[in-house]
Design a protein around this ligand. Structure first.
Ligand SMILES: *Cc1c(COP(=O)(O)O)cnc(C)c1O
Length: 456
């Protein structure tokens, strides 16, 4: 197997902090066994999220100095706008401080009681912004996308027959918008094929429904299309991205993902009237339309980051590095979601720790042990995050108990990845000795952020 090398060299370094096993034991106890409550300085390899954690390039740092901080009409906006127009072709480009700010604006305009929004899978902030308006959000993920061990090239695809059935049931006039999330974050960073996007766009057109992209990972998705979809292997990432944006009439993006910045986002639209309404709202919530909640320098960094996000050497290295991790773990029998996605690796904690029942939080047992043994921080996506109670206060488990290891962009080296693999295997070999956790404090909403736990 060919050695994977980073397609960059390092100009500025940032130390990471080593701790001892004994220290980590104490840190875990002091933070009530919840990794959200520990200090990031106490983490060696932080795989909590790929959002806003990427490393900027020397060109991005240079562009920071070019940032023009004029309140209105800054050249930094026009640079950003022109990059965006080239990639997306959308007519109106509206910057926001991050993805959810763009969502808040578009769903406040189109949402409301009695409205339905449809998607392959809504990301949680998107769903939140839709439901906040009184509207309802429905996911139509293809069946194969729901089964962790099934190998398929495009497990983020939308299930078109179920979607059409739903449209006819609820009435197309009650469905303003369909969102394709690329890649499908909540479903493991799995890609959507160009064919599926094309067919969805046609279906939406047939019923007069707007077709939108949640484009947070559009470049990673384009790279998967290039590698996996017939007739795309000789197209550039830019050409594939352009083709996919052309299918839609608008979109939102958190630039903290593929656009390689630490803060930023956008809302883009073709419709003049919608754009007018969106800009009016932007002025109230984010700022003037040529800065939208960002500094001029942030717009510069975002414009440059968007260009770099489509570099094929970088994308192939990134996807390959995560795939490599998956191969090493699979080789020793560690259960993961397959194939690996674009930004993260997901371990099936239910199968990994089959002796720990859901209500004893196997995902938490796994992330905490990874921290204890290796100083690595992952995140549980299972009973702690999504578990509920029935009327008798008995816990209801979600369908899966997962642990996500999200890979920040251009931050860790391949040696760091090898270290993470080694530590996961060590935890696996010792898995029978692991015990579950119980909750001693929880908040009524989003309990995983603040919950206090106790080992059993
Ligand atoms: C991160 C993310 C968002 C929200 O973006 P923020 O910048 O965190 O507000 C929306 N959709 C998807 C798919 C995401 O991954």
């Amino acid at each position: 197997m060919a050695i994977i090398i980073e397609p960059f060299r390092i100009k500025s370094v940032e130390p990471i902090h080593f701790t001892t096993f004994e220290q980590r034991k104490q840190i875990l106890a002091d933070s009530f066994y919840n990794l959200f409550l520990i200090k990031s300085d106490d983490v060696l390899i932080d795989l909590l999220t790929d959002s806003g954690t990427g490393a900027m390039s020397s060109k991005q740092w240079a562009s920071i100095m070019l940032g023009d901080e004029s309140y209105a009409g800054s050249p930094s906006y026009y640079k950003f706008e022109s990059v965006m127009k080239k990639i997306t072709g959308f007519k109106h480009i509206i910057p926001t401080h991050q993805g959810r700010a763009a969502e808040k604006i578009i769903y406040s305009i189109l949402g409301g009681k009695g409205k339905y929004f449809v998607s392959n899978t809504f990301f949680d902030t998107t769903r939140g912004n839709i439901e906040y308006t009184g509207a309802e959000a429905y996911d139509f993920l293809t069946e194969e996308g729901k089964i962790p061990h099934v190998e398929a090239p495009f497990k983020g695809n939308i299930d078109l027959p179920s979607l059409e059935k739903f449209i006819l049931e609820k009435g197309p006039e009650n469905i303003p918008l369909c969102v394709m999330t690329i890649t499908n974050n909540s479903g493991g960073g799995q890609p959507v094929s160009m064919q599926n996007m094309k067919e969805t766009a046609v279906l939406c057109k047939k019923y007069g429904i707007l077709f939108f992209l949640d484009a947070c990972r559009f470049a990673e998705n384009a790279c998967f299309i290039k590698m996996r979809e017939p007739s795309y292997e000789s197209k550039s990432i830019l050409e594939i991205a352009q083709e996919c944006f052309q299918l839609a009439v608008g979109g939102t993006m958190s630039a903290k993902k593929d656009a390689l910045v630490n803060i930023g986002g956008w809302l883009a639209l073709n419709d003049n009237e919608l754009a007018q309404q969106a800009r009016n709202m932007l002025i109230m919530t984010e700022g003037f339309p040529t800065y939208g909640g960002l500094a001029g320098r942030d717009l510069e960094a975002m414009a440059q980051g968007l260009i770099e996000s489509m570099d094929e050497d970088y994308l192939k290295y990134r996807l390959r590095s995560i795939e490599y991790m998956g191969e090493k773990l699979t080789a020793v029998g560690i259960p993961i979601i397959r194939p690996t996605g674009g930004h993260a690796l997901y371990i099936d904690a239910k199968a990994f720790l089959s002796h720990i029942p859901s209500h004893h939080l196997p995902g938490v047992a796994l992330v905490n042990e990874l921290y204890l043994l290796g100083g690595i921080r992952g995140v549980e996506i299972g009973s702690l995050m999504f578990g509920k109670y029935d009327d008798n206060k008995a816990p209801i488990a979600p369908p899966m108990e997962l642990v996500r290891l999200a890979i920040p962009r251009r931050v860790y080296t391949q040696t760091h990845i090898d270290y993470v693999i080694e530590k996961i295997i060590e935890v696996y070999e010792n898995r029978r000795n692991l015990r579950g956790y119980e909750i001693i404090y929880e908040s009524p909403l989003l309990r995983h952020f603040t919950a206090r736990l106790k080992p059993i």
